[in-house]
Design a protein around this ligand. Structure first.
Ligand SMILES: *[C@@H]1O[C@H](CO)[C@@H](O)[C@H](O)[C@H]1NC(C)=O
Ligand SMILES: *[C@@H]1O[C@H](CO)[C@@H](O)[C@H](O)[C@H]1NC(C)=O
Ligand SMILES: *[C@@H]1O[C@H](CO)[C@@H](O)[C@H](O)[C@H]1NC(C)=O
Ligand SMILES: [Fe+2]
Length: 438
């Protein structure tokens, strides 16, 4: 008797479970998966993005109480994504923006519809204004296989160490692969981080297939440019994300190089008008201008495309970023960590010999692409260049603490050395005359 009842109960449970299984063959699921957050750029807001296998409504229920009723509701929309692979796999990507969030307050949410809800996640709304100290995790080149940095990033996230993540291009290796199933797997893998922190991105070369369609569809970045280039404000910083890939995949549109360049210039002009309030200008783009790795990548060439532009003269970014006094340039693509002395046109512009990063007279470059992927690490050239300050060929990621208007703290975490800090540096720039380097 008893055991019969027990079996019935178990069966029932099993049935319940199997109906919720993600994309199981023959049973498309309305249950949300691949939940992640992004900051749409307006204070007090946060966007939730997720995937379902059947079209459903797009709703987020949220509140400030850990358990029990979620009193607040926000609605959004979904778009249908059709992958470019032979199977033309189809899924539905939902976007809902929460507004009117209290700065710095913790929220609990779930997303979905009456046909299926996600589990509950937590996040903290970003603080408003300029007088606070944002903490970021920064890295590129994180794959679905060999994602070395993920376990520690998950732990850091649970402990509330960050306000946001900057993923500087190259995801999943690749999101389009296996008819975009690798993209699904990757997005599930990062969910424990990305469903709790705004996960801010830029495209890398591994996103290239079908004109970056997986990248454009899966992420929800500020602005109306499919996340290819955009900027946002965070405490005392203005952060600019852009695509180095427009310089390399010219068959998707040569005009994109020029279009982005003009956008960058006008965004930098605006940022400089607001520089008293937000002194730091930080850029992120996938392929570096400089690097001292032992490969044949663009950054190993004297006249790299990103630095000097097409044909060594059209729309190069080094002059532009120097002219507008960009403080910090974050890059990836090389699967290693490298920090440069303040640099412009191959000349080192230390603040002083003893404290090179105090009042630096040129932008500081950080290349952080060692979060872990199937391609493993990239070796360095035998002899470091005179402009290279620190090189670390270990898996890891960067912590960026924008302390206030004059001080930024950069640390490199090594996953090969159980979380040891293997680089630690402060950039100090005075508020006065911020834009000018000379
Ligand atoms: C690729 O995408 C960009 C931006 O979404 C678009 O402007 C361009 O026309 C596309 N190129 C092709 C060849 O479809
Ligand atoms: C910049 O500073 C570093 C550290 O003090 C030093 O090793 C390097 O030689 C300096 N470079 C120049 C060009 O002054
Ligand atoms: C900015 O932060 C640095 C490092 O914590 C500190 O020494 C400095 O006094 C701060 N400046 C202001 C204006 O608070
Ligand atoms: Fe790359």
């Amino acid at each position: 008797m008893c055991s019969l009842l027990g079996w019935g109960f178990l069966c029932c449970l099993l049935l319940l479970f199997s109906s919720g299984v993600q994309g199981a063959p023959g049973t498309p699921s309305a249950a949300p998966e691949q939940v992640h957050l992004s900051y749409p750029g307006e204070p007090g807001s946060m966007t939730v993005t997720w995937t379902t296998w059947v079209p459903t409504r797009s709703e987020v229920q949220f509140g400030m109480q850990l358990a029990g009723h979620l009193p607040l509701r926000a609605q959004g929309t979904f778009s249908t994504f059709v992958d470019g692979g032979v199977l033309r796999r189809k899924f539905y990507i939902h976007r809902v923006t929460l507004r009117g969030l209290l700065p710095g307050a913790e929220y609990v949410y779930r997303c979905g519809s009456a046909q299926g809800w996600s589990r509950r996640f937590r996040f903290r709304a970003l603080k408003n204004g300029v007088h606070w100290s944002p903490r970021l995790a920064v890295y590129g080149d994180l794959g679905a296989d060999n994602p070395k940095a993920l376990p520690r990033l998950r732990r850091d996230t649970l402990q509330g160490m960050y306000d946001a993540v900057l993923h500087v291009g190259d995801f999943a290796y690749n999101m389009d692969q296996d008819n975009a199933r690798v993209g699904d797997r990757f997005m599930r893998l990062i969910e424990p981080v990305a469903a709790s922190l705004p996960y801010m991105t830029c495209p890398g070369n591994h996103e290239e297939r079908y004109n970056f369609s997986n990248y454009k569809a899966r992420f929800s970045m500020p602005g109306d440019n499919e996340g290819l280039w955009y900027s946002w404000d965070l405490g005392p910083a203005h952060i600019i994300s852009f695509s180095t890939e427009v310089y390399f995949f010219l068959h998707y549109g040569r005009h994109l190089v020029e279009k982005q360049f003009h956008w960058l210039e006008s965004d930098l002009q605006k940022a400089n008008k607001n520089r008293v309030a937000r002194p730091w200008i930080i850029t992120m783009g996938h392929r570096p201008m400089y690097c001292s790795n032992a490969d044949l990548d663009d950054c190993t060439w004297h006249e790299s495309k990103v630095r000097k532009g097409l044909h060594g003269k059209l729309f190069g970014l080094e002059d532009l970023f120097y002219k507008y006094g960009v403080d910090l340039q974050l890059w990836a693509h090389e699967h290693s960590y490298e920090r440069l002395w303040p640099i412009y046109n191959y000349q080192v512009f230390n603040g002083s010999q003893e404290t090179p990063y105090t009042h630096p007279r040129g932008p500081v470059h950080i290349i952080t692409g060692s979060a872990g992927c199937e391609e493993r690490l990239t070796p360095f050239a035998l002899f470091p260049r005179p402009w290279s300050a620190v090189r670390v060929k270990e898996y890891g990621y960067t912590r960026l603490h924008i302390r206030n208007g004059t001080h930024v703290h950069i640390q490199q975490v090594s996953d090969d050395q159980d979380g040891k800090i293997v680089d630690d540096v402060w950039i100090v720039r005075p508020l006065h005359g911020r834009r000018m380097y000379l």
